[in-house]
Design a protein around this ligand. Structure first.
Ligand code: KG4
Ligand code: ZN
Length: 415
């Protein structure tokens, strides 16, 4: 099964082609990411309108590049997947409409994928993880512990009460003058800092639930920084190290409780899994390894470049849904907000959102739009010049700004 994936929910314009075999094994044939860092850097974060315009200008070429790298044409696809949310709505609209056009013109099923579901399922692409597993999902807008019981079957066990962890990394970077994108820069500074110099709080530690809270830590960091301002390079490194250690200890504690709650409700998990941009953090990955050993559970974390936003995960989630007989109508709506536990369980038998005709086209059950327009002339999607350089991801190479692959900074409005 061959699926094209499109990702445009934040500041990465990405397209990928992924093959899923019947035994569930996967091959990434192409994974192209165009980062918009240069366009947003001057503003210290992602500007939604700039992001949407940059997606419009770049997406056709990014898709063409991915298809060329995969060595396949649209006719060879079994389906087209796009992230339909949650995210910055302008960008989501660009990606979803583009996917709808390709699906319509080439008579392919459309999968309107939840971006969080794509993060949640990436470990099945990389490691073939079996259900059920306990997922730690930490990105720029979300921090959750989730029981992943099947495709479309997600039970939230814990969540953040205020900021997401990625957001806290980004705000810390901004406060300390490290700029955007924040997570990788804080991690880099922390590597040469002394964490014990500052005594920062570990919010929620020891509580019986599996929830997170980051705002107290963020405020404590600001107060410490204000006390010693102006900051030297070493002050910044020490503050980053203290912040990162506090986050790591909170994550480990929250996951210990999350795993306990998982076992109480669903039995033994097949694995502890981490996903989302924050899971690219080496200190967090190392701490999870120790935790998994203590808890006697296997740890599975995708390579950093597949933790941060990419389109291979969208293509894969689309393939997983298509393999279950799930696809979506061309009237599927883009969504700024779309909680993971509302994605919905797959239903056996007739497809819940759309039907697939004999020639493979997805027909909406509640819209005549598709039928009216099928057979129309294909739109001219000629390539246009991108804003910045395109990079192809090697999934086994760490993500880094130097190779054009970068993490996102999602403004808190998206959280
Ligand atoms: O999953 P992602 O790429 O985009 C969203 O869906 O939000 O996650 C981006 C978030 C950003 O907040 C970024 O600062 C954080 O992940 N991040 C990191 C690291 N790399 C990315 N946080 C800590 N350490 C990192 N190495
Ligand atoms: Zn993401």
């Amino acid at each position: 099964m061959l699926v094209l994936g499109i990702e445009t929910t934040c500041d990465e314009t990405a397209a990928a082609v992924v093959e899923r075999r019947d035994d569930g094994q996967a091959t990434i044939l192409a994974n192209v990411v165009l980062s918009q860092i240069a366009e947003h850097a001057a503003f210290g974060g992602v500007v939604p309108e700039i992001a949407a315009r940059a997606h419009v200008e770049a997406l056709d070429l990014i898709i063409a590049t991915a298809m060329a790298e995969a060595g396949r044409d649209f006719g060879a696809l079994d389906g087209v997947a796009a992230a339909a949310g949650p995210g910055l709505i302008g960008g989501v609209i660009v990606g979803l409409i583009t996917a709808k056009v390709i699906a319509l013109v080439h008579k392919k099923p459309l999968m309107a994928v939840n971006h969080l579901e794509a993060h949640a399922l990436t470990v099945r692409l990389t490691d073939g993880a079996a259900f059920p597993y306990c997922l730690f999902l930490a990105s720029g807008g979300h921090t959750q512990i989730v029981a992943v019981r099947g495709v479309g079957d997600y039970v939230r066990l814990g969540t953040t009460r205020d900021d997401a962890i990625g957001e806290a990394f980004d705000k810390t970077a901004k406060l300390l003058g490290l700029g955007y994108p924040g997570g990788q820069r804080v991690e880099r500074e922390a590597a040469r800092g002394e964490p014990s110099r500052f005594n920062l709080p570990r919010p929620m530690l020891g509580r019986q639930d599996a929830d997170f809270s980051l705002s107290g830590l963020k405020t404590a960091l600001r107060l410490e920084a204000e006390k010693i301002a102006p900051l030297t390079h070493q002050d910044v490194a020490d503050l980053c190290a203290a912040f990162q250690l506090a986050v790591v200890e909170m994550v480990v504690d929250r996951l210990r409780h999350g795993l306990r709650i998982f076992r109480e409700r669903f039995g033994v998990p097949c694995a502890l899994v981490a996903a989302g941009g924050v899971a690219a953090n080496e200190a967090i990955r190392e701490a999870l390894l120790n935790l998994a050993a203590q808890e006697h559970v296997a740890l599975m974390v995708p390579p950093p470049s597949l933790c941060t936003d990419n389109a291979a995960m969208i293509a894969w989630a689309g393939a997983e849904r298509l393999a279950q007989g799930l696809c979506d109508g061309l009237d599927s709506s883009p969504r700024a907000r779309w909680p993971l536990d509302q994605v919905g369980a797959p239903l056996p038998g007739p497809r819940p959102h759309a039907t697939v005709t004999a020639d493979g086209a997805a027909l909406s059950s509640h819209s005549s739009l598709v039928g009216d327009r099928r057979g129309g002339e294909p739109r001219d999607c000629g390539p246009k010049a991108p804003h910045t350089s395109i990079s192809t991801i090697d999934p086994f190479r760490p993500a880094g700004e130097e190779d054009g692959v970068s993490s996102n900074t999602v403004p808190s409005a998206v959280a």
